[in-house]
Design a protein around this ligand. Structure first.
Ligand code: ADP
Ligand code: MG
Length: 339
């Protein structure tokens, strides 16, 4: 007698949710990435009780066509890639088509979206993976998605949530990263009515750094710009005296995606090597641009980890570029002191 069955979509989504939706910040990350991919210039995030009660992301991006709104919640439904070949040339933040069905499997979701300026759009309500409503509604162009009672139907997952403060910390980190990666987009984060982040948009990275780390800190940041055949580096690197006790201030952004990469961190640390005491880490915001074929983002569902195809070359270029900026900086005060 056969014992193997193919799981239905409902269960498959709940299983996928376990990977994609670890905590409220994962929901925020996925929804904000969708807004970025939609070309929004203004993204507002409102959360209540560390995101466990409510997460709302509103954007002024392209919106979703009425006939696509329900499909967007199907598993592996995406408008961002169409063939396997696209996987090696990814320019969007999303492409797996897993976020919306995963989130909707473990929360109560309301989506309002309009893809034109007629003032009309579509409203979808899905709770625990079950469609409750799909109808016409008044809506400006863009997308407004509200996620309530995350993990209400997965008590085991809910039990693992930390304090509101901890969850909120992860959400703020997520917004900081997105704001740094997209200086051209205005981001707002509100928690229980308080504004925690407001980045201006308009494209000035230094203003985003000021919004996150404070104006004084931003004054100690030095621009970096370097280019070789494969890579372009822009951004700001901190004077050594801005060093911090943790690695969280080393931001690396590859083709507009905030990423974590051990090799890049090591390259940055090597460049600062003689300038920092042990266990101090520099404040750095590095934007790396390269052909999408030089970086594989399809390594992990959260897409925070990436793999570079020419890793030693990239790391060497990052190290030498940072060092040459630092050399220019450090030598000048030494000369002055000797006089
Ligand atoms: P992915 O981002 O990997 O494509 P998602 O499940 O996150 O998968 O979203 C599914 C689809 O829904 C997207 O491909 C996109 O077409 C549409 N979508 C989701 N959020 C937005 C948004 N904020 N604005 C416009 N389209 C959206
Ligand atoms: Mg997505």
């Amino acid at each position: 007698m056969a014992k193997i069955v193919v799981l239905d979509e409902h269960i498959a989504n709940q299983i996928a949710a376990g990977e994609v939706v670890e905590r409220p910040a994962s929901v925020v990350k996925e929804l904000v990435e969708n807004a970025v991919d939609a070309g929004a210039t203004n993204i507002e995030v409102t959360v209540e009780e560390g995101g466990l009660e409510l997460i709302r992301v509103t954007d002024n991006g392209a919106g979703i066509a009425p006939e696509d709104c329900e499909t967007a919640f199907y598993r592996h439904a995406t408008s961002k890639i169409t063939s396997g070949r696209d996987l090696f040339q990814i320019r969007s933040l999303g492409f797996r088509g897993e976020a919306l069905p995963s989130i909707a499997a473990v929360a109560k979701v309301k989506l309002v979206s309009s893809s034109d300026d007629t003032g009309l759009g579509r409203q979808i309500v899905i709770e625990g993976g079950t469609l409750k409503e799909n109808g016409e509604t008044a809506a400006p162009q863009g997308t407004d998605i509200t996620v309530r009672e995350l993990f209400y139907n997965t008590p085991a997952r809910l039990k693992y949530m930390k304090t509101i403060q901890t969850e909120l910390g992860h959400i703020s980190d997520c917004l900081y990263r997105q704001a740094l990666a997209h200086p051209n987009i205005a981001f707002t984060l509100r928690h229980n009515g308080n504004t925690l982040l407001q980045s201006p948009g308009g494209g000035d990275l230094l203003q985003v750094i000021a919004a996150i780390y404070g104006v004084n800190t931003s004054k100690g940041m030095v621009p970096i710009e370097a280019e070789d055949l494969d890579y372009r580096i822009t951004g700001y690197i901190g004077r050594p005296d801005l060093a911090r006790s943790n690695r969280g201030g080393m931001s690396t952004i590859v083709n507009g995606r905030y990423i974590r990469n051990q090799g890049l961190h090591q390259a940055i640390l090597r460049a600062y090597h003689t300038l920092l005491p042990i266990n101090r880490y520099p404040l750095v915001v590095l934007m790396l641009d390269m052909h999408p074929s030089l970086v594989d983002v399809n390594v992990h569902p959260a897409k925070l980890e990436v793999r570079f195809s020419k890793e030693p070359e990239l790391n060497g270029f990052v190290e030498s570029s940072i060092r040459s900026v630092l050399n220019g900086l450090v030598l000048i005060p030494q000369v002055v002191r000797q006089q």
